[in-house]
Design a protein around this ligand. Structure first.
Ligand SMILES: [Zn+2]
Ligand SMILES: [Zn+2]
Length: 229
C-alpha cells in the first residue's frame, strides 16, 4: 500500500492509498432515490417502492442495500476486480461501501454468495467472498457480527446469467444453493458485488428462509437500472 496508486478511472496519481482519486470518487453515482426494498433506481423521490415490489405480496428478500448505481465507472471497477483479484480493488470496493453506508441495518450474520467449486478453482478467488471478509474486518459497525463462511453451498454449476432475462435467470438458478446448517431466527445479510435482476438474491433468500432465517438482506456495491423495455 506504500506504492503510489493510480486512479482506475482518470489514470492520474490518486494521492490516496486506494486506486481512485478524490475527484473521480466524488463523481460516482449514488443510488438515490431507489426502491426501499429492492434498491432499484427510481426517477422520483416521491415513490418509496418500485412497481414490482408494490405488486409482490411477499418478496423472498426483505431489503437490498446497494449504495451506487452500476454505471460504466462502477462496471469497470467490478469487472477488473473480478478478473484481477488485486487486494487494492477489494479494499476500494469495501471503502466505497463503508463511506456510503456508515450505519448498516441490523443483521446477525454475513454470508457471501458462493461460487461453484469448479468455477472457484478456475478463477482462483470469489469476489463476493473477499468483499464479505473485507466488510466484516474493516467496517467499524460490523465487527461484532458473525461471518458464516461455510453456511451456503453452490451445489450446481449454473449457466452464465448474462444475456438471460429475469425469468430465465430464475429457472437457471432454481435449486442451485443449499445450506450446510440451520439459521433459525437469524437476520442474514448476503454479500455480493452487484445486483442485476435479483434472481440470485431471490433464490438465496428462499434457501435461507427455508433454513429458518427471519430476515434476508442483500448487501452489494452497485445496482443496475431497470431494463429498458
Ligand atoms: Zn481519477
Ligand atoms: Zn423494488
Amino acid at each position: 500500500m506504500l506504492l503510489p496508486q493510480y486512479c482506475l478511472f482518470c489514470g492520474l496519481t490518486s494521492n490516496t492509498a486506494l486506486p481512485l482519486c478524490r475527484d473521480c470518487r466524488r463523481e460516482l453515482p449514488l443510488n438515490q432515490p431507489c426502491c426501499e426494498r429492492c434498491a432499484l433506481p427510481l426517477a422520483r423521490h416521491s415513490a418509496r417502492f418500485c412497481g414490482r415490489c408494490l405488486a409482490q405480496k411477499a418478496p423472498p428478500f426483505d431489503r437490498v442495500i446497494a449504495p451506487y448505481r452500476y454505471d460504466p465507472q462502477l462496471a469497470l471497477l467490478i469487472q477488473r476486480w473480478k478478473y484481477q483479484p488485486l487486494p487494492r480493488l477489494g479494499l476500494l470496493a469495501a471503502s466505497l461501501w463503508q463511506d456510503a453506508v456508515p450505519e448498516p441495518p441490523p443483521v446477525d450474520v454475513l454470508v457471501a454468495v458462493p461460487l461453484h467449486w469448479r468455477k472457484l478453482l478456475r478463477r482462483g478467488f470469489n469476489q463476493s467472498g473477499q468483499f464479505s471478509e473485507l466488510l466484516y474486518r474493516r467496517h467499524p459497525a460490523l465487527g461484532d457480527k458473525c461471518l458464516a463462511r461455510r453456511l451456503l453451498r453452490r451445489q450446481r454449476a449454473t449457466a452464465v446469467q448474462a444475456g438471460l432475462d429475469a425469468a430465465a435467470r430464475q429457472r437457471n438458478l432454481h435449486g442451485a444453493f443449499t445450506l450446510r446448517g440451520r439459521c433459525d431466527n437469524l437476520r442474514v445479510a448476503v454479500v455480493d458485488d452487484v445486483m442485476t435482476t435479483g434472481a440470485t438474491a431471490s433464490e438465496l433468500a428462499r434457501c435461507l428462509k427455508a433454513g429458518g432465517a427471519r430476515e434476508v438482506q442483500l448487501w452489494c456495491l452497485a445496482r443496475t437500472p431497470a431494463p429498458a423495455n
